[in-house]
Design a protein around this ligand. Sequence first.
Ligand SMILES: O=C(CO)COP(=O)(O)O
Length: 215
Amino acid sequence: MFVLVNLKTYPCDPIEVAQAAADVADDSGVRVGVAPQAAHLEAVAETGVETWAQHVDPIDYGSNTGHTLAESVAEAGADGTLINHSEHRLKLADIDGSVQAAERAGLETVVCANNPEQIGAVTALGPDAVAVEPPELIGGDVSVATADPDIVTDAVEAAANVDEDVDVFCGAGISSGDDVDAAGDLGASGVLLASGVAKADDPRAVLEDLVEPLV
Ligand SMILES: O=C(CO)COP(=O)(O)O
């Protein structure tokens, strides 16, 4: 099970969270990643934690002002990137271009989608994983695995119908080990979460609780 913490643009200390995530991953043996803002990638990677970008653009080197180049993200120390997060949606052609850009730069890819139908479509683009995140549950207190378990099982089925080699993650409202456990029971092989860690008074304690059922 992969626990990927997306820091979005929350006003947390990315280094504090990254250091805690690195320690929790080391102590537990559970795969834990942190996705900070692009400007914090290098500092986060220096903690030794598995580091993810929140986005890369479907571009190559050249005249692309204000865009995020996959190679620069990789050079900053990122191991992978989210693509098409619900808060940074792309057209299908641009999702395809971003997956190709990430692969060109050696980055692992997780393409997000809102529902099982979209999961099927983006699985066909050949990312390493897809993640179903219902937008209405993002940032809430109830985990997707509790509020809408069918969306997770349907996403797992939709992806498997297209390509059994693409992993399926889920996210939205996940904040505890019980939520991670429930997601795994529904067939997810990873979870994406944000506010549960980024807004916590004690991010380390939340991270320890998240991996607890996996140890
Ligand atoms: O969007 C998310 C992770 O990418 C989920 O956010 P929350 O964990 O805050 O619901």
